[in-house]
Design a protein around this ligand. Structure first.
Ligand SMILES: Cc1ncc(COP(=O)(O)O)c(C=O)c1O
Length: 419
């Protein structure tokens, strides 16, 4: 459920007609519904409340400070994957004791920052990282709680680029490696090996692969306890799928009713790291039609957003629903390739999509753009990044101004021999 709706052909977000915002700020423009964001967070929180689970929003999905602040105020924790994400979460008011830090490549600087910030967990992804972390803790006279990331060898039915739990993946460690590290736990006196971390991929629509991975983790926890390791936490990662097109993903409640019985007698405290589930359908990308053209085989609608603004269709072949705001009812429907202005054939948002006949200046909303939308955007083709707006009730607020030309060249320098 989200709070975007067409009323008499005009798209509304909560109590705001989105064309008003587009007129005021121009396009392309990301627009988020505050209430949808919180609804999704609360759905998960409620579903897992009986287990007292900690929900850590995955900052990589959407790192805007206003989004983070809204979730922090609602009680959310955060999953961060870089020093930058950690600093953003802290700046947004996140409690360090609700922050978990994962990454296959943590630098010395990032490790030190996270240790000094006293984050709840490091999710450790290799034997070498564990050794480096032990040395850093010794140096800084810190003790740190750690989850070892198990790669459970589970295949989730999703795009290969966002599937992370199979043996060929760079993420986590195989069972035998994690077991050997738990057996070596006395070699890490500054580390409290308190948990197991899983994250098997993203946009997963059913509970079965999660359940298979969790079963392996619980078996591992039992063994580790026999070896003298006090395992208390199980972090099952993110990955819950959402509706982009015709998917029928599990609800938070259905997911919880499948997962909670698995950990019932394990005395493990649960951590979840949802990103897409919370933010995905809380945002749209607004864009206007710039040009229409046909080449005999195809009819193109060129819009003012490009793959630099929303890369998911180009990168994953992802489907995003597209809605014309204003005047759709009276128009015949035609098939379009909706493409951006970027100099790449992969710069498209939809292929052969049936849409009301478009005219120059039409406002299109690309739905499901709240997660991995702005967060993955770039300045490719020297395109300033879009503005971001948060709608709450009948009011809207700019939460990131549109970038300017000055932003594009800020930080660039001419060497003396070119001046
Ligand atoms: C370790 C980890 N946790 C959580 C997430 C969030 O995943 P999702 O947005 O699918 O919930 C990701 C996504 O890549 C991840 O790598």
């Amino acid at each position: 459920m989200h709070r975007f709706a067409l009323k008499k052909g005009r798209l509304w977000c909560e109590g705001v007609a989105v064309d008003r915002v587009a007129d005021a700020l121009g396009t392309p423009l990301y627009l988020y519904s505050f209430q949808t964001l919180l609804d999704h967070y609360r759905k998960l929180e409620k579903a897992f409340s009986s287990a007292g689970a900690l929900i850590c929003f995955a900052v990589k999905a959407n790192g805007n400070l206003a989004i983070l602040k809204a979730l922090a105020q609602a009680g959310s924790g955060f999953d961060v994957v870089s020093g930058g994400e950690l600093r953003k979460a802290l700046l947004a008011g996140a409690a360090p004791q609700k922050i978990v830090y994962a990454s296959v490549g943590k630098t010395d600087r990032e490790i030190e920052l996270a240790l000094r910030s006293r984050v709840l967990f490091f999710n450790v992804e290799s034997a070498m990282e564990l050794e480096v972390l032990e040395a850093a803790c010794r140096r800084l006279k810190r003790r740190q709680r750690v989850c070892l990331r198990l790669n459970p060898g589970v295949q989730a039915d999703t795009h290969a680029y966002i599937s992370t739990g199979q043996p060929a993946s760079k993420f986590g460690m195989g069972l035998s490696t994690v077991e050997s590290l738990f057996k070596r736990h006395r070699e890490f006196p500054h580390l409290d090996l308190a948990g197991i971390h899983l994250h098997i991929g993203s946009q997963i629509l059913e509970a079965a692969p999660f359940a298979a991975a969790i079963a392996k983790a619980i078996g591992l926890a039992k063994k580790a306890r026999r070896w003298g390791v006090a395992i208390r936490y199980l972090n099952i990662g993110g990955g819950l799928g959402i509706v982009y097109h015709r998917e029928t993903p599990q609800t938070a409640q259905a997911f919880a009713s499948r997962i909670l019985p698995l950990i019932k007698n394990s005395s493990l405290k649960l951590i979840l790291e949802p990103g897409r589930f919370i933010a995905g359908n809380s945002g749209v990308l607004l864009t206007r039609v710039v040009t229409l053209k046909e080449n005999g085989r195809k009819r193109f609608a060129v819009v003012d957003a490009g793959m630099n603004d929303l890369i998911r269709p180009s990168l994953y072949g992802a489907y995003h629903e597209m809605v014309l705001s204003g005047g759709a009812a009276r128009r015949p429907r035609l098939r379009y390739d909706v493409v951006g202005p970027v100099c790449e054939s992969g710069d498209f948002f939809a292929k052969d999509r049936l849409l009301p006949r478009l005219t120059r200046g039409d406002l299109l909303a690309i739905l499901g753009a709240g997660a991995y939308g702005f967060a993955m955007s770039s300045n490719y083709n020297a395109r300033p990044r879009a503005a971001e707006v948060m709608v709450r009730g009948r009011r809207w607020f700019v939460i990131r101004r549109r970038e300017t030309f000055q932003d594009l060249v800020r930080g660039e320098r001419l060497p003396p021999f070119l001046q």
